[in-house]
Design a protein around this ligand. Structure first.
Ligand code: NAD
Length: 484
């Protein structure tokens, strides 16, 4: 199904305030993962598009850095208002390219718009500090200034949230942006760029390019004008960028993979937490960096928990995200589905037991995979070791708090973690000992625009969201006045 086009739906690269339809005469088909149909063809850029984008962003930065933060805020807020206004129409495009249920896409657009609103305000609070000097004739202060051109490379799983989180903070700080959204879901990002344009952002401040990711990554790294790359994606690609940045000295923010543990203690309402676990696990078909992944359930309640999870999984309706009955959509691509299938098969070979699902499907079209419940006995099982990024829920049991925490921390990742208990002491000890950037106590969304989002260990470098997210796009400068 092709989306209806209106004036502001213009799926193109966006450089220096101009929409560029075709670069290097190449196009790329965006595929609907629920039907495998082509949604639309978009221009597929190249090295030159990236260089043009950077050149435009250099000029854009010269303008934007001098725009008063209060005036920047007016433009960012206008863009947010346009996103809210166009939300119903735009969310459908997000469903077409990502496969997620419409309600999830609508929620994501609201959050994306709110990021621009929040960073519009936060940009006004880019405070420095005054440092009392140890000599009477000296004065010292520190100011924070925008870094310059930011390269923003983002993943497909949240086509609106991922770009908005990074672009809003960078623009709020006074930087200009060259964005390369995922080639799998570029349309949503193009719509956001269009809103910024319609809101009156000066030419060259917000640029969006498409093309071969590896080439674009290298061009961004090698350009002395690109002061920072903000990357949301896999730990594998994050490491490639770190390797490159070790030579070019480009600053990096990396928001990478995760393998979130969920500790369920015996004092909870087991049926309720089990049902919520399924809903949380199946959000975006499990393709969420902070997705609850490794369920570590107290042995006293394990059987009941598994039964309640099975019951809830049986009720889940998967299908096309535009169908209002759909609770879970497909995976993004066949390669992703193959990957999940391989993880499940390897986990079974290593001793896991399927309690529900375990197969591709339903239907002959679309990259669907069944909600799947696996019971495992050993933490070295593949589904406990690797980031799954799909609707697969492995459950292992624990006996003592120490054992539960040991299992939870047994991962190279450190993004999100979850604890379910009604015992205050357990929640305090667990939250302090978990080695993760975010701990949700009795909640499934341990994140907010106003709070830092970042990964420990191999889950990242730096922070998005909150005041920390703004600071990531600034450099500190000491101004020291002598002989006063
Ligand atoms: P990916 O690393 O394959 O791709 C992410 C982005 O990087 C895409 O835009 C892609 O085109 C680009 N890219 C690919 N190869 C590149 C290269 N060599 N150089 C430069 N750019 C390159 O990841 P993905 O499969 O799109 O996304 C899934 C991963 O992202 C998961 O691991 C997930 O946990 C992670 N993720 C993390 C967060 C977070 O905030 N921590 C949020 C969303 C997704």
């Amino acid at each position: 199904m092709k989306p209806d086009r209106t004036d502001h739906q213009d799926f193109s690269q966006f450089i220096g305030g101009r929409r560029l339809k075709i670069a290097a005469n190449q196009t790329y088909s965006v595929i609907n993962p629920a039907t495998e149909d082509v949604v639309t063809d978009i221009p597929f850029g190249d090295k030159d598009s990236c260089l043009e984008g950077i050149a435009a962003a250099e000029k854009g930065f010269m303008v934007w850095r001098n725009v008063n933060p209060f005036d920047r805020a007016l433009i960012l807020k206008r863009a947010a208002a346009l996103m809210h206004e166009r939300l119903d129409e735009y969310a459908k495009i997000t469903v077409l390219e990502s496969g997620k249920p419409l309600t999830e896409a609508i929620g994501e657009w609201k959050v994306a718009a709110n990021f621009f609103e929040w960073y519009a305000e936060e940009g006004k609070r880019n405070y420095g500090r005054v440092i009392p000097a140890s000599r009477n004739n000296k004065r010292m202060s520190v100011i924070q200034q925008p870094m310059g051109v930011v390269g923003a490379i983002t993943a497909w799983n949240f086509p609106a949230y991922n770009p908005a989180r990074c672009w809003a903070a960078a623009l709020g700080a006074g930087c200009s942006v060259v964005a390369k959204p995922s080639e799998l879901t570029p349309l949503t990002a193009m719509l956001i760029a269009g809103c910024l344009h319609d809101a009156g952002i000066p030419d060259g401040v917000m640029n969006l390019i498409t093309g071969d990711p590896a080439v674009i990554g290298q061009v961004m790294l090698q350009s002395p004008s690109v002061r920072k790359i903000s990357f949301t994606g896999s730990t594998r690609v994050g490491k490639i960028l770190m390797d490159g940045a070790s030579v070019t000295h480009t600053r990096l923010s990396l928001e990478l993979g995760g393998s979130a543990p969920v500790l369920v203690f015996p004092d909870v309402d087991v049926d309720q937490i089990a049902a919520e676990s399924v809903t949380a696990k199946l959000r975006n078909a499990g393709q969420v960096c902070i997705a609850p992944q490794r369920y570590i359930v107290h042995e006293e309640i394990a059987e009941r928990f598994l039964q309640a999870v099975k019951k809830k999984m049986q009720s889940i309706i998967s299908g096309n995200g535009l169908d209002p009955k759909t609770e879970m959509g497909p995976l993004i691509r066949e390669v992703q589905r193959e990957n999940i299938d391989r993880i499940v098969k390897n986990s079974l070979a290593a001793g896991a037991e399927v309690q529900f699902g375990g197969h591709k499907g339903p239907g002959s079209k679309g990259f669907f995979f069944e909600p799947t419940l696996l019971r495992i006995n050993q933490a070295d099982n593949p589904c406990f070791q690797q980031e799954i990024f799909g609707p697969v829920m492995p459950v292992i049991t624990f006996h003592t708090l120490e054992e539960g925490l040991m299992l939870a921390n047994q991962t190279p990742y450190g993004l999100a973690s979850y604890v379910f208990t009604n015992d205050l002491k357990t929640s305090v000890h667990a939250s302090e000992k978990l080695e993760f950037g975010m701990v949700g106590i009795n909640e499934w969304y341990p994140q907010a625009y106003e709070a830092p989002f970042g990964g420990w260990k191999q889950s990242g470098l730096g922070y998005e969201c909150g005041p920390e997210g703004l600071t990531e796009y600034t450099e500190k400068k000491l101004i020291s006045i002598g002989g006063v």
